[in-house]
Design a binder for this molecule. Structure first.
Ligand SMILES: Nc1ncnc2c1ncn2[C@@H]1O[C@H](COP(=O)(O)OP(=O)(O)OP(=O)(O)O)[C@@H](O)[C@H]1O
Ligand SMILES: [Mg+2]
Length: 590
């Protein structure tokens, strides 16, 4: 399943917002208090109109200083109540918005990190990021403000309408017939502006993605002297975003001007008509004041509801995308009744008639008819030309993918029946491209065993021959490594990755070209450390440099997804032409 981009699902059904309530449910009490505050403030706002009337009629018109003072005191009382109520409503609702969007963000992240790796081959990481950031922010604004704004405006709209009728029937009818004339064009135009705002946001996101990729690969850009070309391309993106923004700003300016003109024209008309009535003694000045107050309230409420309506629509789109993501099931199914691996079993790993195709390449088998049996405590080397399927085999062992055909067994148990954590905890991997996180050396080594003591971490680093260079870093083990460990050499990164695997002390060690980036001398040392580590431990090594695998108990020769031969170095020299050729090529040069 892929994720659609922002603009496409703009008009999702509001029902897609419903699942959000599941996230709001834990905070029922706060919601109730917020609603209470909301109703209270709406009622106080409505009563302000009566306050206005009182001030005008009993103060100004009656010409009484005393009554004016009294009226103003009542007004101040009401406004204080309004302030307190608004504080509660705003705080509680915004709190709720932040809380809920935080919870959703956590839920989405938890979901993402548990998904099968092929999901990330189909979905760009940038899009997943924007689910976590942009979409959750949209929902935050819904829960935190739009929803309460809609509720409050709806409530006030009804209240103000009732008050209008109560105050003056004739004027109300005039207002109700002219109101649509003012509001309708504003709403239609407003929607257009909002859609432009959405595409403007998308354009900005594109600019960000573009810059991100360039900055991450700055050395390649500079090495191929593409700075100017990238600058041009980036400028293109920025200009596109500017054009969209310019269009939006123009429309928005028109909208604002229109709103101001229409609103004041309508109010003036109302004042004229009402003023005439006051002059003729058909209506009190206070009633007119209150009337104008309620009329403005009606107009503002309608405008707010209309605006929020558009926002709710966009949020529904965001909610749809997020919930889609929350519904994705990992292709790697956990067994509901996992079997615990026996402590002892003569056969560490066996692969039986494995056929495997990568989901993104269903027509070409990455592994074909693989049968392998790896006894406990032995060292098995996988050799073969590039693209033979060696790394793929490691991926299957760790259950990043399930084979279409056949079974992978650990200690005689099909790995789909073993709990994923137990399975993966039994393995330690040093991958072909060492992966480091942007934290310090210490945390990088302790990644697989966060509760390790300092001594254990240092011991692991020593065994990986990393201690020496780590001590020379500016802050030793506390040195920050930069994003993806950019501050280290290839061989240094590899040794940290090795230390990480050594610290984990796994039952099975998977080494994918683990020493390929080391110079001859460090390789010699690391190899010595590895030899000790591999003692009594089931180990699978992938290596192009055959000298490192000469002493393996079993060497498995792979080519084009198949196991073509296996045996010891000497037996293979006799039996396998491919192995002989690989050897000749390497040892002749040496
Ligand atoms: N994620 C993937 N999606 C689709 N095809 C893939 C994927 N990863 C690898 N392949 C393909 O599967 C085949 C085996 O790849 P694999 O990485 O296992 O080779 P390898 O033996 O480890 O090679 P090397 O020695 O170069 O590391 C290759 O043809 C490769 O293009
Ligand atoms: Mg590989």
């Amino acid at each position: 399943m892929s994720i659609e981009s922002n603009s496409k699902t703009e008009k999702a059904a509001f029902t897609s917002l419903l699942p959000i309530f599941a996230f709001i449910k834990p905070y029922k009490k706060r919601v109730a208090s917020a609603l209470l505050a909301l109703v209270l403030t709406a009622m106080v706002s409505l009563s302000l109109g009566q306050g206005v009337k009182y001030v005008i009629d009993s103060g100004f018109i009656a010409g009484s200083q005393e009554q004016l003072t009294q009226a103003i005191l009542v007004l101040i009382g009401l406004i204080s109540l309004l302030a307190v109520g608004t504080f509660c409503r705003f705080y509680l609702m915004s709190w709720l918005g932040e809380r809920v969007s935080g919870d959703i963000r956590k839920a989405v992240f938890k979901q993402i990190v548990a998904l099968h790796p092929s999901y990330f081959e189909e979905n760009r990481s940038g899009e997943l990021m924007s689910r976590l950031t942009t979409d959750t922010v949209l929902l935050q604004s819904i829960v935190g403000s739009s929803f309460s704004m809609a509720l409050r405006s709806g409530f006030m709209l009804i209240g103000a309408l009732v008050m209008l009728f109560v105050t003056n029937l004739k004027l109300t009818l005039i207002v109700l017939t002219t109101l649509p004339l003012v509001l309708l064009p504003m709403m239609l135009y407003g929607r257009r502006v909002r859609n432009l705002a959405a595409s403007s946001q998308d354009a900005i996101a594109d600019v960000g993605t573009y810059a991100g990729e360039i900055i991450q690969n700055i050395k390649v850009v500079q090495s191929y002297t593409r700075e100017e070309a990238e600058h041009q391309a980036f400028s293109g993106e920025v200009e596109k975003a500017f054009e969209i923004a310019k269009h939006r700003v123009w429309q928005r300016s028109l909208l604002i001007a229109g709103v101001i003109f229409l609103t004041f024209a309508a109010i003036s008309a109302m004042l004229w008509s009402g003023g005439t009535d006051v002059l003729n003694g058909k209506m009190s000045g206070g009633d007119l004041g209150a009337f104008v107050f309620y009329a403005i309230m009606v107009a503002m409420s309608v405008a707010t509801v209309a605006e929020v309506y558009g926002e709710l629509q966009r949020a529904a789109g965001a909610a749809t995308r997020l919930l889609e993501l929350l519904k994705v099931q990992s292709d790697i199914k956990e067994s509901s009744l996992p079997i615990t691996m026996p402590v002892d079993h003569p056969q560490a790993i066996s692969l039986e008639q494995i056929d495997f195709y990568y989901p993104s390449r269903p027509d070409k088998a990455a592994l074909r008819d693989i049968n392998l049996s790896i006894p406990k405590g032995k060292i098995v080397a996988l050799v073969g030309p590039s693209g033979a399927g060696k790394t793929t085999l490691f991926e299957l062992l760790q259950r990043f993918y399930d084979p279409q055909q056949g079974q992978v067994k650990f200690k005689g148990i099909d790995i789909s029946n073993i709990a994923l954590t137990e399975l993966r905890q039994s393995m330690g991997l040093v991958s072909q491209q060492p992966v480091l996180f942007s934290t310090n050396v210490y945390n990088n080594i302790a990644y697989g065993k966060p509760d390790a003591t300092k001594e254990e971490v240092i011991a692991a680093a020593k065994r990986a021959h990393a201690d020496e260079f780590i001590e020379q870093l500016p802050d030793g083990y506390q040195s920050f490594l930069g994003e993806q460990g950019v501050r280290l050499s290839g061989g240094q990164k590899q040794r940290i990755a090795l230390a990480r695997a050594i610290l984990k002390d796994p039952e099975i060690l998977l080494l994918d070209e683990a020493t390929s980036a080391l110079d001859a001398e460090s390789e010699h040392h690391v190899q010595a450390a590895l030899n000790e580590l591999m003692k009594d431990r089931t180990t699978l090594i992938i290596a192009h440099r055959l000298s490192t695998v000469l002493h393996a108990d079993i060497i498995v020769v792979m080519d084009q997804g198949k196991v073509v031969d296996s045996g010891t170095h000497h037996s293979l020299l006799e039996s396998s032409t491919l192995y002989r050729r690989l050897c000749e090529l390497q040892f002749e040069q040496a």
